[in-house]
Design a protein around this ligand. Sequence first.
Ligand code: S3P
Length: 436
Amino acid sequence: MPVSIARPRSLRGEIIAPGDKSVSHRAIMFNALSNTGTASIKNFSPGADCTSTVEIMRSLGVEITREDGHAGMGDSLTVKGVGLNGLQEPADILDAGNSGTTTRLMSGILAGRDILTILTGDDSLKSRPMGRVIKPLSDMGAVITARDGDTLAPIVFHGGTLRGTNYEMPVASAQLKSCLLLAGLRADDKTKLTQPAESRDHTERMLSAMGVKLTKTDLEIVLEPSELQTVDVEVPGDISSAAFWMVAGVCHPDAELLIKNVGINPTRAGIVTALRIMGADLTLLDEREVAGEPVADILVRTSELKGIELSGDIVPLLIDEIPVIAVAAAIADGETVIKDAEELRVKESDRIQASVTWLKGAGVDVEGTPDGMILGGGNTIGGGEFQCYDDHRLAMSLGVAGLISSDPITVLDPDVAGISYPNFWEIIEDFGGMLG
Ligand code: S3P
């Protein structure tokens, strides 16, 4: 059912960010491979993507329990490790749903095993590039076939014997990096990766905490094949979910929002840097460490924003936030240029095309470019009816736009927000932003 959002008079209150999607996936997968017992995972992401990972691991014979969370915390899970080589052949095809992270990280886990596995997902997932993981895994010795010349899911893992690798990554992708490190755990020799730029480092942090010999020098990572020790994880709040409230808070004319328990790992926190350069009134409070990840509460207030150039090394550090940063850039004073973000074209949707289409429809001065977009700035976002191309981050960016637009914004397919943030629309309703 479509939802219509209209600007509430003020936007004030506290929000607890839901558990981080990237950390949640890793906490399940890595602990499933440990050989030292049962791990406890708290504040697990409530989104459908992480549930896909849980169900796939269960199909591979891993015992996972899940209980509802209390007092604003996400669900609590336990995972009983089966060891690096203990996964069982599943009775059926494995369904990753909409989740690129599940597909690419599981590819590193499933490659070169003596069980047959087939990994697939929804229509969006089946159109996303998988050659970037299949090619280097095959070079390591895995036998893998896939649709469209081994580039698209479904992906079939036939076995093989994994060799160590020395691989220069063509894209700054945490999914690709993590995939190859996971395969490297079972290889016959070291795995060395060179990244073109830093991307989120949750895999490196968690594997190190689990006793893996992993060294990192600038953009180079070397991993030695190792067993994993179980680690309990309290998942920090997801900065990619908090991002929607950060932008709503700085853009709304009468706002003060406190977003609690947000992971601010520097390889994820590009949006904090970007909004501050834009002039946002944004303060980090109570900075602390939770399970090896830096966390803070984030206070945002109504701000006078100015345009910015986003390019180069900061782009992978805020890649998922660009659709909502575009909302802030639309109303900021002066031009915003977003470059070096061609990866946006192969996310859950083509996020450059999807963002430019709806922004234009709402009267915003914006042009798409092959690797980003140029926003003229100084716009009032108008209303209208928009679709979000089955993309959760598009849906929520439209929700934020509705909180600050001159006329109501109707989101035609809002349920897709559940991929990462199932109660997003309830929070909009609590703020008085929901019409009808
Ligand atoms: C993720 C990495 C990013 C990001 C995705 C989650 C991860 O993708 O866009 O939402 O958990 O590793 P890429 O690494 O492919 O850029």
